[in-house]
Design a protein around this ligand. Sequence first.
Ligand SMILES: Nc1ncnc2c1ncn2[C@@H]1O[C@H](COP(=O)(O)OP(=O)(O)O)[C@@H](O)[C@H]1O
Ligand SMILES: [Mg+2]
Length: 232
Amino acid sequence: MNVVEIKDLYKSYENGKIKALNGINLTIADGEFVSIIGPSGSGKSTLLNMIGALDVQDSGSINVAGQDLDDSKKLNEFRAKKIGFIFQLHNLIPNISVVDNIEIPMYTQGLSSKDMRLKAFKLLDDVGLKDKAGILPNKLSGGERQRVAIARALANDPSIILADEPTGSLDSKTSSKILRQLIDLHENNNATLIIVTHDMEVAKLADRVIEVLDGEIVSAGDDSLFNSKINI
Ligand SMILES: Nc1ncnc2c1ncn2[C@@H]1O[C@H](COP(=O)(O)OP(=O)(O)O)[C@@H](O)[C@H]1O
Ligand SMILES: [Mg+2]
């Protein structure tokens, strides 16, 4: 089964002046681990944001986990239930504690406050930060903040994990630790893992490398582009 099916997807900004995605066709299988690479400005983040239902296309279709992402009323709910998003800038909420940040995605799950706290501590323990639960994010190092962002992204038990340059600003030791955590989740929970990176070493860890250039997929790491071309 495909968890992502994208057909002829176009997305522009500033009234069409900036063409970020120019006819993307892509399928990703349920439980797959793929990486998306490409130079800065090539449309990687835009593509990931579309998959994560953070933005709406100009034209074309995008179906994620069986849901067509064209009904903006349903996008919030969809995102809350299915997606774990780790952003380039970890955007933790600065004026609430680490553990409170992690509980935010749980509010849609109907857990009691006690169960939310237990789950948040378990997630923090998994990323090695249980002892930092009560402090504010700005007291953490970059690597620690990114680990909190990962714990938060996993708080809704997502079936799809989207990570935009998750190791971008981190030293190599912290970065391998974070990648290991993401890959473990993919392997243990059969979650689909999609990582955007400009680092080929990171990209190569995936089952498949998708290459984006000027808003188009120039290589999908399989023969799907070739097939789609000969089918025309
Ligand atoms: N919110 C936005 N408003 C205007 N232009 C944007 C916006 N987001 C991205 N872009 C532009 O769209 C293009 C693709 O950007 P992006 O998807 O962020 O690329 P990447 O992640 O590969 O660096 C770039 O030209 C970028 O400047
Ligand atoms: Mg980007």
